[in-house]
Design a protein around this ligand. Structure first.
Ligand SMILES: C[S@@+](CC[C@H](N)C(=O)[O-])C[C@H]1O[C@@H](n2cnc3c(N)ncnc32)[C@H](O)[C@@H]1O
Ligand SMILES: [Zn+2]
Ligand SMILES: [Zn+2]
Ligand SMILES: [Zn+2]
Length: 650
């Protein structure tokens, strides 16, 4: 890209056909980019968008293109760059996604990984039998428990009777079958679970144990996390310190039975042989205290003190035994890392955190939705079992698929670098480099890259550091990460009230990362970034951070970014699209702005108005930004961006 005259990238990209491709990708991300299932990280950008931008840059610069991503997270930019054989420098504050990304790019041979996965599952077969193979009272010995369901029993602070914290009376439909007529109902008074017809003439169901009427299936029994005692009608918060010491109790199991030559999945109330106790010893990483935080406090206030507390005995035994089995295997280092990464991933199915979809029976990963959701009813997946989401066999299969996908691209081994303050700045050669540490400092020489393609944290949308703690504990426990590693969360570019990092830290870190980005970019180079947020403050900060770092916005457009369903938004309508900005380092005479696309829908129109305000305001005050945005957005009916300045001032 030669200086002022160099062509813009955004106008040359076929955005409208890209929107359709993104739509398809978001329905099944794993199919389009198998590496996404290797490790959980939040807010991954669509591979189709990143790929199209890289292709355009390749055309403009040629095969010498050097790319960097200072907020690499889920690694979309690095993976797509490697697939094109491009040198890439990726850095993130947090060691877990950096570890995951280095494993995704490790060039591990898929056949060897497949053989090692089979060997591992073979070694674990006796444990699987010991823990989960149990006779079914109806179908006999050929039966295995695939899910176990737990309810938390607490003591009413007023009358001291039991209250079982079922969130709804309907615990689950009896099967996924659309014609299914039965379901299982839980009683908060006596704690019993009973099979009943879903539709009854009165619309009500009676508990099979205590005969009392249960609330209708749709009525929340813990609205705003408040429980009502069935015995004395007292209402109390489930976070009341007097009740958090309650106990988890096994109330339902799902069995997979062999009947003649087919398999049958059904629920059952647990019998004596379905219980198992035997808490394994765990590493200090797992017995360590869950730190306080904006997201983690919900765990602490529900009585979970350590990471190990999130797991029922059997599951903990499986996870600990699997990591020991991997360590005792004779396999190469990349294969071992892959296997251990699958163990850490499976740990997200934490049996006291996983939720259950009662209408389309299936389990959910604990933090798939960007938060730690806590309820009184949870689902434990048999992680060695043949059915269910997030199990080890499934994760290992996905890992093999990811290895196949990347090996076709001829990737080469790469190990994560820990970026110390005095780290040497190097040129980017053909080898990919992946580093962790705050990107306020990058391990690259001045003016050494052509394109920085990235997306910073979208203000406080996702508390990456806090959510990542769980994986971090497992990565230490399995030996994937050294026990001394502590991410410098005080430098995380995410406002977080429990750490005392307000909007000013967000602004400071963002500005410094952009300044560093400017340093490593060639004068002809470009910064392309995506962004969206519903808080006006986030935009004002972005405006100043870019301007202070010497960036000038030269082109913009809007592109599809996420599925409304997978996004845990807080009470208001969120964005499903991203604003894409193209910036260059100042010192060009022409500072015009090119807007690509017509942006008729309200979401795109609002993002473009915010983008224009960024271009117009630069390094000025919050009020200037707010004024500019209001003028540009005009009378748009449907609005998503709220005035965070006045909300914060109240
Ligand atoms: C929106 S995500 C990036 C997602 C990524 N582009 C993808 O497609 O998966 C933002 C990332 O910035 C990281 N981050 C936050 N503060 C940082 C800092 N000071 N230095 C480097 N990375 C930081 C977070 O850990 C997070 O992974
Ligand atoms: Zn059975
Ligand atoms: Zn009571
Ligand atoms: Zn009852």
């Amino acid at each position: 890209m030669s200086n002022a005259a160099s062509p813009l990238l955004i106008p040359k990209i076929p955005w409208s056909s890209l929107d359709r491709r993104v739509g398809r990708e978001l329905i099944n991300r794993e199919r389009y980019a198998p590496t996404v299932s290797l490790y959980r990280w939040w807010a991954r950008r669509p591979h189709a968008v990143i790929g199209a931008i890289l292709d355009q840059a390749l055309e403009a610069v040629g095969s010498d293109l050097r790319v960097a991503d200072p907020f690499s997270g889920g690694g979309t930019v690095a993976v797509e760059a490697r697939r094109r054989g491009l040198p890439i420098y990726a850095q993130d504050l947090h060691p877990w996604p950096v570890l995951g990304l280095s494993i995704a790019l490790d060039g591990c041979p898929p056949e060897k990984l497949e053989a090692a996965s089979k060997e591992l599952l073979k070694r674990l077969a006796p444990l699987r039998t010991e823990l989960y193979v149990r006779p079914c009272p109806v179908h006999g010995d050929q039966s295995e428990i695939v899910h176990l369901f737990w309810v938390k029993d607490v003591c009413c602070p007023s009358c001291s009777c039991n209250v079982s914290l079922f969130p709804y009376s309907l615990v689950t439909k009896a099967s996924r079958n659309t014609a299914e007529r039965h379901g299982y109902f839980g009683c908060s008074g006596c704690g019993g679970v009973t099979k009943r017809l879903l539709e009854t003439a009165s619309g009500f169901h009676r508990c099979g144990s205590c005969e009392k009427w249960l609330p209708p299936a749709e009525d929340a029994m813990l609205p705003d996390r408040v429980a009502t005692c069935r015995h004395c009608d007292h209402r109390f918060s489930i976070f009341d310190p007097r009740v958090v010491a309650g106990k988890w109790r096994l109330v339902l199991v799902q069995r997979l039975c062999r009947v003649n030559d087919s398999e049958l999945l059904h629920f059952d109330t647990p019998g004596a042989s379905d219980h198992w106790d035997g808490r394994p010893a765990v590493s200090t990483a797992l017995s360590g205290e869950i730190p306080p935080g904006v997201e983690t406090s919900v765990l602490r206030s529900m009585g979970f003190a350590t990471w190990a507390d999130l797991y029922p005995d059997r599951q903990l035994r499986v996870l600990v035994a699997t990591s020991e089995a991997v360590r005792s295997m004779k396999v190469s280092a990349p294969i071992r890392r892959r296997l251990l990464l699958a163990v850490c991933g499976a740990a997200e199915m934490a049996g006291h955190l996983s939720r259950w979809d009662r209408y389309y029976p299936k389990a959910f990963e604990a933090i798939a939705n960007h938060r730690f959701a806590v309820v009184g009813f949870s689902c434990e997946t048999n992680l060695l079992g043949p059915r269910g989401r997030g199990t080890l066999p499934r994760r290992l299969r996905s890992s093999v698929e990811a290895a196949k996908w990347m090996s076709a691209m001829g990737s080469s081994g790469v190990s994560p670098e820990r970026l110390k303050t005095a780290a040497k700045r190097q040129l980017l050669t053909h080898r990919p480099r992946i580093a962790y540490g705050s990107s306020e400092r990058l391990g690259l020489k001045d003016a050494s890259v052509d394109l920085v393609l990235t997306d910073p944290p979208y203000f406080d949308d996702v508390q990456y550091g806090e959510l990542g703690h769980l994986f971090f504990a497992w990565a230490k426990s399995t030996g994937l990460l050294g026990t001394r590693h502590t991410p410098p969360l005080d430098r995380e570019a995410v406002p977080n009230s429990s750490r005392g990092n307000g909007t000013s830290t967000y602004e400071e870190v963002l500005s410094r990362v952009f300044k560093e980005t400017n340093r490593v970019l060639k004068t002809s180079g470009r910064l392309l970034l995506t962004f969206h947020n519903t808080d006006l403050r986030a935009w004002a900060i972005l405006s100043r951070a870019l301007a202070k770092a010497g960036f000038k916005i030269v082109a913009m457009t809007v592109v599809a970014a996420e599925n409304q369903h997978d996004h845990g938004k807080r009470g208001h309508r969120g964005f499903t699209k991203d604003l894409v900005l193209e910036c260059r380092v100042e010192e060009t005479e022409n500072d015009g702005l090119v807007i690509v696309g017509d942006h008729q829908d309200s979401e795109s129109a609002e993002l473009i108005a915010a983008g224009k305000a960024l271009h117009a305001t630069g390094d000025r005050s919050d009020q200037d930004f707010a004024r500019s945005f209001q003028a540009l957005v005009g009378q748009l009916n449907e609005r998503r961006i709220v005035d965070g300045f006045s909300i914060a001032a109240k």
